[in-house]
Write a protein that binds this ligand. Structure first.
Ligand code: SLL
Length: 252
């Protein structure tokens, strides 16, 4: 698309912004998640599909609206969510009985001059394929989450948009900031690519999680190296033995 006002792209610059998207499903039960009146008898779960900032950080200064395309068996299966205040969540609540793939289309603010972009997400109702421990955790919480951390990359954004992306959040317009333990400013209302230092319930995409994953990767690398060293040693021994056998045959 030809940009109006002869806008230029900021060359050699990439700006990325973290966000999360996914679904959280809850099986109906009389105590903690009763079926709302009028819900069809065959519906077994309530669920939410959403797009939001990490740790409730604002994304509305770059993401203007989100279209969720649900299964065609659902009434009005195309849902456009476009009235989200700063720091809010783009979301759709539904009830149903089956899993399916949701198409999530992100529309950017007009200043970006970017085309919409599509993500695909599988609505998960049942905690399959996880470890027993994780299944138990989901059962206790009464929730089946399928949530993904993602980074939106703006490659060489137009100048106007670059301004918007990098200017401080407007104060008083939902641009709340929060100082966390350790002095780090949380991403609430902040226009940064920072993620929080530590986890809190419901928000597990943080430096703490990142460090835990790095630690796990390091441990796995060390373990793999050990296995590979052992195999190399066994191989060496087998080669030596083979050479010995060959020598014996030659001498016979
Ligand atoms: C399946 N491929 O066969 C999937 C389709 C569709 C789920 C699942 C809602 C229905 C309604 C609903 O759960 N659809 O609103 O009546 O498993």
């Amino acid at each position: 698309m030809a940009p109006p006002n002869n806008q230029k792209r900021v060359k050699g610059t990439q700006v990325y912004r973290p966000f999360v998207y996914g679904t959280i499903a809850k099986p109906f039960n009389d105590e903690t998640n009763p079926k709302p009146p009028g819900t069809p008898a065959d519906h077994t779960h309530s669920w939410t599909v959403f797009v939001k900032g990490v740790d409730d950080g604002d994304i509305t200064y770059w993401c203007k609206k989100v279209q969720f395309k649900l299964h065609e068996s659902i009434q009005n299966h195309l849902r456009m969510v476009d009235d989200v205040p700063p720091g809010g969540t783009f979301e759709v609540h539904e009830t149903g009985w089956g899993e399916f793939e949701i198409t999530i289309k992100l529309y950017y603010v007009p200043e970006s001059l970017e085309k919409p972009q599509t993500l695909y997400h599988h609505l998960r109702l049942h905690p399959y394929g996880e470890t027993e421990e994780e299944k138990e955790k989901m059962k206790q919480r009464g929730e089946v989450p399928a949530v993904v951390y993602e980074e939106q990359l703006f490659n060489e954004p137009y100048e106007n948009f670059y301004e918007i992306l990098t200017s401080p959040a407007p104060v008083g317009k939902g641009g709340k900031t929060k100082v966390l333990k350790g002095g780090m400013v949380s991403s609430v209302g902040e226009r940064t690519a920072l993620i929080p230092l530590t986890n809190r319930p419901g928000s597990e995409f943080s430096l703490e999680t990142e460090n835990m994953l790095l630690e796990e990767i390091r441990r796995a690398i060390a373990e793999t190296k050990k296995l590979s060293d052992n195999l190399a040693k066994e191989n060496q021994e087998a080669e030596t033995y083979l050479a010995k056998l060959r020598a014996e045959i030659a001498a016979a």
